[in-house]
Design a binder for this molecule. Structure first.
Ligand SMILES: Cc1cc2nc3c(=O)[nH]c(=O)nc-3n(C[C@H](O)[C@H](O)[C@H](O)COP(=O)(O)OP(=O)(O)OC[C@H]3O[C@@H](n4cnc5c(N)ncnc54)[C@H](O)[C@@H]3O)c2cc1C
Length: 379
């Protein structure tokens, strides 16, 4: 079968892969995106926080993604039923848009830039030579040669494995997560509410459009069998203990389909090797309580696009630029992962959680003056 050549091969058509493809396509690079699924991925994040919105705005995409999404500017936090703080998002707040819709918009924009997408394409072999990726072979025999290869292929990244980059995955073992999509109720339409309990439970309720809401429930693994697997109607009894201002949503929860979500943090020892680099969940994963994975990934894609274009096909320069401009992102990601770990470790304990909580990171993606209202002002 024929070999295709391109400037950049991107493995994975998630948010990171699609956004990088768009940026490179706009700058005239020939990009091929290889995706193992039949389309862009459907499962994932719902919240795009201000830092990610700013990245999209820099590339003229703010209106496109914001047009039909929901805007919110407050999240209220509760502990054992009491409101403990509100996080306020200035300047237009954050966007709620289901992951698939968001990625599809970026993917659709790629068509205008001549990016090639190969769907249902699984990788059979990644040939390495001299510390560089030389060729990708697909299961159907197609071959792809690229000046630069990006592994945007999620937490189990085949590109990362081919590069021999070590990873450390840490499942959040004390907090099993389930999610359901239910009809929207008045309290959920009014405000995003995130509840924690000292018994190790959490519940997060928010709208995803004008008709539906998403409900995340986190619970100790030993409670999961009784609540979700044996079909015992004990979920509401548990939630009533600490979910105090969302009871109008309860009726919809019992009949809902609850999917289990595996949540782990992931750290790796390097973000690039020779002509290949890792992006998005192939490079790092943090606890979703930070709500920042997509924002960081969009900014990383921006840096990668600049580096790839600046190197202009010079392999040595590419390696040096990746080292100087992309590898330092590991530091920012490490802080985010540590922060997610701290939230997951403290949410049972009100005082410990409040002292671990960093509003600056939720709002700006960095340290800044706190913009959080303590419980006293909520009364
Ligand atoms: C439960 C949960 C909730 C989250 N909520 C938020 C949130 O609210 N806000 C936020 O900012 N972040 C959130 N995140 C993080 C966010 O989802 C990630 O940061 C983001 O999706 C990473 O994008 P990615 O490009 O790595 O995409 P992914 O969606 O991981 O895409 C990887 C793609 O690669 C493909 N692929 C894998 N292997 C291969 C292969 N061998 N060949 C070809 N294709 C392959 C997959 O099919 C997939 O399409 C959440 C994460 C989780 C787990």
């Amino acid at each position: 079968m024929a070999t295709t050549s391109c400037d950049v091969a991107i493995v994975g058509a998630g948010l990171g892969g699609c956004f990088l493809a768009l940026l490179l396509g706009r700058r005239g690079r020939h990009v091929v995106v290889i995706e193992q699924g039949p389309s862009v991925p459907s499962a994932g994040a719902d919240f795009l926080k201000p830092p990610g919105l700013r990245v999209l705005a820099r590339h003229g995409l703010a209106d496109l993604v914001g047009r039909r999404g929901l805007r919110r500017d407050i999240i209220r936090y509760y502990h054992d039923g009491d409101p403990i703080q509100e996080c306020h998002y200035p300047e237009g707040g954050f966007l709620i848009r289901p992951y698939r819709e968001l990625v599809e918009l970026i993917y659709t924009s790629c068509a205008m830039e001549g990016v090639d997408f190969w769907f249902d394409a699984s990788i059979d072999d990644i040939a390495m030579g001299d510390g560089r990726v030389e060729e990708l072979t697909l299961a159907d025999g197609r071959r792809l040669r690229a000046g630069v290869v990006i592994g945007a292929d999620g937490t189990k990244s085949a590109v990362r494995q081919a590069l021999g980059i070590e990873q450390r995955t840490m499942p959040y073992e004390r907090l099993l997560m389930r999610v359901a999509t239910v009809p929207l109720s008045a309290s959920v339409a009014q405000l995003n509410r995130l509840y924690f309990s000292s018994e190790g439970w959490l519940a997060y309720l928010y709208p995803i459009n004008m008709d539906e809401a998403r409900v995340f429930v986190g619970l100790p693994p030993e409670d999961d069998k009784e609540i979700f697997q044996d079909g015992i109607p004990a979920l509401l009894d548990e939630l009533k203990k600490f979910v105090t201002e969302s009871s109008d949503a309860f009726n919809a929860l019992q009949p809902a389909t609850w999917q289990r979500i595996k949540v782990s943090s992931l750290r790796v020892d390097a973000y690039h090797k020779g002509n290949a680099a890792l992006l998005g969940s192939a490079a790092f994963a943090c606890h979703p309580m930070t709500g920042m994975g997509m924002s960081y990934t969009l900014h990383d894609a921006e840096i990668l696009a600049d580096v790839i274009c600046a190197a202009a096909g010079d392999a040595e320069l590419l390696d040096r630029l990746l080292y100087a401009r992309y590898e330092p992102r590991r530091h920012a990601h490490r802080q985010l992962i540590d922060y997610g770990d701290a939230l997951a470790a403290t949410f049972r304990d009100r005082a410990a959680y409040l002292s671990a909580f960093r509003p600056d990171l939720h709002i700006h993606g960095r340290t800044a003056a706190p913009e959080v209202m303590p419980a006293l002002q909520l009364a």
